[in-house]
Design a protein around this ligand. Structure first.
Ligand code: FUL
Length: 485
């Protein structure tokens, strides 16, 4: 009887221990993303539109003196743009409301160098309005690019221009509904028309614009908008315009070092492992060589294969893909761009369909309780995850398949609301009575929100990921396997 009693007490104790374990969620590992930053990263791909006077003057960086009368898109239709983006899987679009030439696509009260003085809709057009409304209608998000550099303004370089720029930003932040991202470009200061002065103007990139004040303005009027610049704060440039993130890619920056126009752009490709500010990478790249439309580039639109490769090098490396569409002189997304982009999306969907691990049995070397069961990595739900005990930053997750399958890629996701943790991992498969490493050219270091590693095709019924090192215990949302053809 007594023995039985002791046994029951022990059983009860261990049960309560177990359930304590079960309910303790992992502590966050800082820095953390905000809710808006997590939602932003889940968008994965969104469109960029470069359109303006440059489109009609065959230029990339208008000098600031092109005649607004040349802006005359006969068939402009923002709904055509947005329908194309929806069919391309894009979850939003960012418009160059003003590029470096200073020309404004909305009828601003602040300058005459704007759409009001063009033949488009007899001066009654407002592209910021038209595009934001098309986005609402088709259910995608809207963002703006407002170039700090302005080659049109006579006052560029003075305090008056900063006042002007602040007011422009306010107009855009307060009149066009919710914005998901506000884009501050790093290229600024150089030669320009500047009201007829036609000269070189250099500014202090770090201090001239008073970026902290501009960012505060964005936060005040659009608290959920993610701020893009070379230095974040919401998300960061990935250091090139090729659409390629680092294989090692931390979503952090050292806030004391970075700012828009930060010269060490190569560091932005991988982020700062020891950074204190969450700023995930965004890969901006154009579907054509230029950002703006040039007829001679009609034959140079990126192919489905090239776009697919970019997806794996951006979204597949813990970044987002901001794909630019140079809207043409008719005011439409060019048919070649549209066909290639839609086919690219179909291709990705086909390649990442049928997760081979969906009904595998899963074994792990460690987990912190039932709520954090390894099965969570196969349930297709980002918010449920496998987590190890606090003191366990390295562990193995092993999948056994009902029968042999051909596999050539693995997709892994960390539960980033609690921080980015994984520093290195290995992928192995069972063959001929032993575990072998997969053959990959990619570094298997960081994971982050999403990592897709491609490797030489293997045939196996057992595959495992060995997480070798992390910044804390492991929190893994998904592990999926595919045969990409
Ligand atoms: C750059 C600009 O100079 C290009 O014209 C383009 O807008 C690109 C997205 O950002 O810094």
């Amino acid at each position: 009887m007594k023995r039985y009693y002791i046994k029951s007490v022990l059983a009860l104790l261990s049960l309560s221990f177990y359930s304590c374990n079960e309910v303790t969620s992992p502590s966050p590992v800082y820095p953390l993303p905000t809710k808006a930053q997590v939602e932003w990263q889940k968008m994965e791909t969104y469109a960029f539109v470069h359109f303006g006077l440059n489109t009609f003057n065959d230029s990339e960086w208008g000098y600031g003196d092109s005649d607004p009368a040349t802006f005359n898109p006969a068939r402009l239709d923002c709904e055509q743009w947005v329908k194309t983006f929806v069919n391309t899987g894009m979850k939003g679009v960012i418009l160059t409301a003003k590029h470096h030439d200073g020309f404004c696509l909305w009828p601003t009260k602040l300058t005459e160098y704007c759409i009001r003085n063009t033949p488009y809709k007899n001066g009654k057009g407002d592209l910021v309005r038209e595009l934001s409304e098309a986005c609402k209608k088709y259910g995608i998000k809207f963002g703006i690019y407002l170039s700090p550099w302005d080659r049109n303004r006579a006052d560029y370089g003075t305090e008056e221009y900063i006042e002007y720029y602040n007011k422009q930003l306010e107009e855009l932040l307060t009149n066009y509904g919710d914005l998901f991202e506000v884009w501050f470009d790093g290229a600024n200061g150089g030669d320009g028309w500047y009201g007829g002065a036609k000269e070189m103007r250099r500014i202090d990139k770090r201090n001239y614009y008073d970026f902290p004040n501009l960012f505060a303005k964005v936060n005040k009027y659009q608290p959920d908008a993610v701020i893009f610049s070379d230095g974040g704060t919401g998300c960061r440039w990935v250091g090139n315009e090729k659409g390629i993130a680092g294989e090692t890619n931390w979503s952090f920056l050292r806030s004391v070092d970075v700012y828009p126009g930060y010269p060490n752009h190569w560091e932005l490709n991988s982020g700062h492992e020891d950074g204190d500010q969450w700023s995930a990478g965004e890969c901006d790249v154009s579907i054509r060589p230029g950002w703006f439309y040039h007829p001679e580039e009609d034959e140079k639109v990126k192919t489905v294969d090239e776009l697919t490769e970019l997806y794996y090098c951006s979204v597949g490396r813990n970044a987002t893909l901001l794909l630019n569409f140079p809207v043409d002189r008719n005011g439409l997304v060019h048919p070649t761009d549209s066909v290639n982009a839609v086919d690219f999306y179909k291709n990705i969907k086909k390649q990442l369909n049928n997760n081979i691990l969906a009904d595998a049995s899963v074994y792990v070397s460690d987990y912190r309780g039932r709520k954090y069961s390894p099965k969570n990595v196969c349930d297709g739900n980002f918010d449920t995850y496998w987590a190890t005990n606090d003191s366990v930053p390295s562990a193995t997750i092993e999948f056994t398949l009902p029968h042999q399958r051909k596999i050539n890629s693995l997709l892994i996701q960390e539960y980033i609301p609690l921080g980015q943790r994984v520093k290195s991992f290995r992928i192995e498969y069972y063959d001929n009575g032993k575990w072998n490493s997969v053959k990959t050219k990619e570094k298997t270091t960081t994971v982050g929100y999403k990592r897709i590693v491609r490797f030489e095709e293997i045939t196996t019924d057992k595959i495992r990921v060995m997480f070798e090192d992390a910044r804390g215990c492991l929190c893994i949302s998904s592990v999926e396997a595919y045969r990409i053809l």
